[in-house]
Write a protein that binds this ligand. Structure first.
Ligand code: C2E
Ligand code: CA
Ligand code: CA
Length: 577
């Protein structure tokens, strides 16, 4: 009797309750402290003031029936094991979708099963909480991410409005980070990212927030400053802190940063505007090489580098400078290629080939993402048809951006493209992220459900880094989740990552979803994923993103992209139809 587990049993039938407590009394590994109530209302009251490790919940109570019971109990945060009367597996599964961790069928319960189920529910709930926590953190930089920063900025604005104060937002862009990554490899870049947070925090107050926005962009929120001058002073200190070289693997690395500043209420009344304006100021700082710049209305009219790039991008779409690469997804059960993901590139006349990270954010901010997405889908569909003519049947996945899910026109545009090409919607998959839904959930859900009714398939990309992950996942019309590569790449060394990946796979399967792992970079990771029952995998180890012609060549001439290094995967990875 090592551990004691506190259980809240919500059961109105005295005979059922007695039976359960008898089973629990026979448990060998735990001591169970059982509290029983007969009504959901009583349960919720007790949950409000007491701590329980787990709740055993009957689905037919005097004051609550069926799924509603779970929905109401779920919000209170304790893991839930549902007790269903008959062998109603359907109801039980729907209960899992509503947030329950496990279910037991009355009449089929015995001590060992009960014990296992309780343990499992507690364990799973713990992992679920862990995943939800990552929704607000950037694991590479070990800092809050954009979601958390955005929440805090909104709160700071509310407080400042009440108390007549100023809020400052600083956006810092590291000029050398990409070079470090390219020259020394991303492990090196990751180590550098880790050092940024502590260095910046040393110059800030406890109440300030440092966040990573993505790539080489960081943000600092000063929730209450006396004046714009005070924000400039902080920018100066931050720049100075970054001047000192970073020492990584014995090398001295110099980083330069440009900081843009916007201040509430002077430069904007809401988080969105403050972000945009700090961003504009940041580009000004970059061009003038001044280190920092505070937003001013003139900046918007200046023809900056960004404005030039924007014009370039507009032209790129019409002048065929964009092109697509395709990365295969393999089915781990059959070893076959189940489809490809289209990834866009820009062959810039002067700058050379640019990766999407360098221009998608810009396209999003300027609205160019709409024509760009339409171009990508059009191209992907043409390619699909060309492959069919070559005898290959490869469904194509296209990435959608945040803005796309807010666009009422997108469903019609896609319908038009499908009709023109004569391709069935089932062959086009769209990859979306949770954060793009959370920007305006009601609107996004409407756009999504229109597209779902057209027969399009959705895949939830970057899973584990999104907003309120699990709670929302249960309601989204997706048929697939892609575990974010940040959980996959270090599976070999990080036990915690393996635990999370296992949980996501389990959870996905409970919800009837296919689970894909992206960012598979070695055999060991692939083997682990197969052992965990993952459905599909994608990554450099299997195949890098390659051109459409290369896809045909590879499917023909090199049926085994793993070069014989595979162990569990059997069969031809590149089947012909
Ligand atoms: P994503 O959708 O998560 O795409 C996966 C990215 O991971 C791709 O980078 C891919 O090349 C890379 N990758 C694949 N296997 C591995 C691996 O084993 N290890 C590592 N470290 N990386 C791997 P890429 O092509 O640079 O795309 C970056 C992001 O840009 C994409 O992330 C997606 O969010 C966005 N993107 C790409 N194409 C489009 C597009 O057509 N439209 C929109 N809206 N976004 C796009
Ligand atoms: Ca994707
Ligand atoms: Ca992804």
């Amino acid at each position: 009797m090592s551990e004691s587990i506190r259980i809240l049993l919500v059961e109105d039938n005295p005979a059922d309750a007695r039976l359960l407590s008898e089973f629990l009394a026979e448990a060998e590994n735990f001591y169970f402290d059982l509290v029983r109530v007969a009504r959901l209302g009583d349960a919720l009251r007790r949950l409000g003031t007491e701590r329980f490790d787990v709740m055993l919940l009957d689905l037919s109570l005097p004051d609550a029936q069926g799924l509603e019971t779970v929905a109401r109990a779920y919000k209170h945060g304790a893991p839930i094991v549902v007790l269903t009367g008959s062998d109603d597996k359907d109801l039980a599964i729907r209960a899992l979708r509503e947030g329950a961790q496990d279910y037991l069928v009355k009449g089929q319960i015995e001590t060992a099963l009960l014990e296992r189920s309780i343990r499992y529910a507690i364990e799973r709930h713990r992992s679920e909480e862990m995943i939800e926590q990552y929704a607000y953190y950037d694991r590479l930089a070990n800092l809050p991410n954009r979601n958390l920063l955005n929440d805090r900025l909104q709160q700071a604005i509310l407080a400042a409005r009440r108390e007549n104060q100023l809020v400052a937002l600083l956006i810092a862009d590291l000029d050398r980070f990409k070079e470090v990554n390219d020259a020394l490899g991303h492990q090196f870049g990751d180590l550098l990212l880790h050092q940024i947070g502590p260095r910046l925090k040393a110059k800030l107050r406890e109440s300030d927030t440092v966040a990573r926005l993505g790539g080489d962009e960081f943000a600092i929120l000063l929730p209450s400053v006396e004046s714009a001058g005070a924000a400039i002073e902080v920018a100066g200190k931050v720049l100075k802190a970054l001047e000192e070289p970073f020492v990584i693997g014995g090398l001295n690395i110099d980083i330069e940063a440009s900081i843009g500043i916007s201040v509430f209420p002077e430069h904007g009344a809401d988080a969105d505007t403050l972000f945009k304006r700090a961003d504009v100021a940041m580009y000004v700082a970059k061009e003038t090489r001044n280190g920092y710049a505070i937003y001013s209305a003139e900046h918007d009219h200046n023809s900056s580098h960004r404005v030039t790039l924007m014009g370039d991008l507009r032209r790129a779409i019409t002048e065929d400078q964009l092109f697509l690469l395709y990365q295969p997804k393999i089915d781990l059960k059959t070893g076959r290629v189940s489809g490809v993901e289209a990834l866009v590139r820009w062959r810039h006349p002067e700058a050379g080939v640019m990766a999407p990270d360098q221009f998608i954010p810009l396209a999003e901010r300027t609205g160019l993402i709409r024509p760009l997405t339409v171009w990508v889908i059009d191209m992907a569909l043409r390619q699909y048809r060309a492959w069919v003519q070559e005898g290959l049947n490869l469904s194509v996945a296209v990435n959608l951006s945040r803005r796309n899910l807010q666009s009422q026109e997108l469903p019609e545009q896609i319908a038009g493209l499908l009709q023109d090409s004569g391709i069935s919607a089932a062959n086009l998959q769209l990859e979306i992220t949770e954060s793009s839904i959370m920007e305006n959930p009601a609107r996004a859900m409407e756009v999504l459900s229109r597209m779902t009714s057209m027969g399009l398939q959705f895949s939830l990309d970057d899973f584990g880094t999104g907003y309120s992950s699990l709670a929302y996942l249960k309601r989204l019309p997706v048929s697939e989740i892609k575990i974010d590569k940040s959980f996959i790449t270090n599976m070999e060394t990080e036990e915690q990552d393996v635990a999370i990946v296992r949980l996501i796979i389990e959870l996905g399967h409970i919800l009837g979803l296919k689970v894909v792992a992206e960012g598979v970079e070695d055999q060991a990771t692939l083997d682990m994923l197969i052992a965990l029952g993952c459905d599909m995998a994608q990554g450099y180890f299997i195949c890098r993103p390659i051109s459409a012609e290369e896809i045909i060549r590879r499917m023909r001439s090199q049926p085994d992209p793993l070069n014989g290094r595979k162990t569990h995967v059997q069969g031809n990875l590149y089947p012909e139809r």
